[in-house]
Design a protein around this ligand. Structure first.
Ligand code: MN
Length: 352
């Protein structure tokens, strides 16, 4: 076995001697031999490939604990782990990108050039469905606030209603230009506290929360959990939220296809929610509204049983928000109504 000094090995694999000593301590890359007298480390030429893989994975920003796992795997499985790691990075980056855009808007707050005065016409309804003994969803449409919350656990109904109640202060709060981000942050904080009060320390009790706040020309979106927001614009339906579910993260990471996900036994398992569990930050996003836009908020009682293309057709065909809400809920119930189903539909229209 040909042995290299730590200096020669370091040059060959582009990991510093300091890094190599750290990886030895972490048992990520042990030297082939340590001189018992001097303590000098020696590496085998055969270890170069692994050392280079570690160096590449470090450059990718992978945490050391994950690198140790990847290095222990055969190539195909290692490739899968790297793909999954990268999907998580991209997902986190997307959330931060939205927040950065929100912040830029917050700091510039230029008035929109277009002169058309816009208004929101909305309707909300929540239905128990055909199977559940109680309705734990809450749906709300006010003059400025639209919200859907899907409670779970023994106090799911009070949890979802407490979350939406806590946001209602946004209806009357003054909305000076550029302050929407902080206002939302405070309101969500209040909602989180209200749900925790309901949960009383029980980790089983919690709620999703997906809400839109109308600012007169824009819609600020706050989202946590697996309720959804869609935008219907120019005939196309766009999902503008990302489900915080275990199954969705498995899809993102390439471990599950969307088709497999629809039948997955744990598809309702949430990664994030408001409630008694660990505090979690919601996604925040800002949308420029255009006349003709139609927004839909719904609980998984709709999106779990009615496919997106069907939602798009029904949403496009309905003449007004109230008919859209009624039709969508009826469709979920026709599909078996296995869960509570809530819909909020809002049209952006030019003021009369
Ligand atoms: Mn539900």
């Amino acid at each position: 076995m040909e042995l290299l000094t730590i200096g020669a090995f370091s040059k060959a694999c582009r990991l510093s001697p300091k890094a190599l000593r750290l990886y030895d301590e972490l048992e990520l890359l042990r030297p082939a031999r340590v001189d018992p007298d001097t303590g000098y480390r020696y590496y085998a030429v055969e270890q170069l490939e692994r050392a280079r893989l570690v160096a590449w994975l470090r450059r990718l920003g992978m945490p050391l604990a994950s690198i140790r796992q990847v290095c222990a795997l055969p190539p195909a499985a290692a490739a899968r782990e790297i793909r999954a790691h990268w999907a998580r990075v991209e997902r986190e980056t997307a959330v931060r990108r939205d927040l950065a855009a929100f912040l830029v808007d917050h700091l510039t707050a230029e008035p929109r050039k277009d002169t058309a005065m816009l208004e929101l016409r909305s309707c909300a309804h929540s239905d128990i469905g055909r199977v559940r003994p109680a309705n734990q969803d809450t749906a709300y449409a006010g003059t400025r606030l639209l919200a859907v919350a899907d409670g779970c656990g023994p106090a799911g109904a009070p949890a979802s209603s407490a979350a939406v109640e806590a946001l209602k202060c946004l209806e009357s709060e003054e909305l000076p230009a550029g302050s929407v981000l902080n206002l939302l942050e405070d309101a969500v904080q209040g909602a989180s506290q209200a749900v925790q009060d309901v949960a009383g320390g029980s980790e089983d009790i919690g709620t999703t929360l997906t809400a839109l706040l109308w600012t007169g020309s824009r819609l600020a979106l706050v989202h946590i959990g697996d309720s959804r927001a869609y935008l219907l614009r120019d005939g196309g339906l766009f999902l503008i939220t990302h489900d915080h579910t275990v199954v969705q993260s498995m899809i993102d990471e390439g471990r599950l296809t969307p088709e497999e996900a629809t039948a997955h036994p744990q598809r309702a398992l949430l990664l994030k929610a408001l409630g008694g569990g660990a505090p979690a930050a919601p996604d925040l996003k800002l949308h420029d509204a255009l006349p003709g836009d139609r927004y839909l908020l719904c609980s998984d009682g709709l999106s779990g049983v009615v496919p997106d293309d069907r939602i798009a057709r029904l949403l496009s065909a309905a003449p007004a928000p109230d008919t859209a809400v009624r039709t969508l809920i009826a469709e979920a119930n026709t599909a078996g109504g296995p869960d509570n189903v809530s819909c909020v539909v809002a049209d952006v229209v030019e003021a009369a």
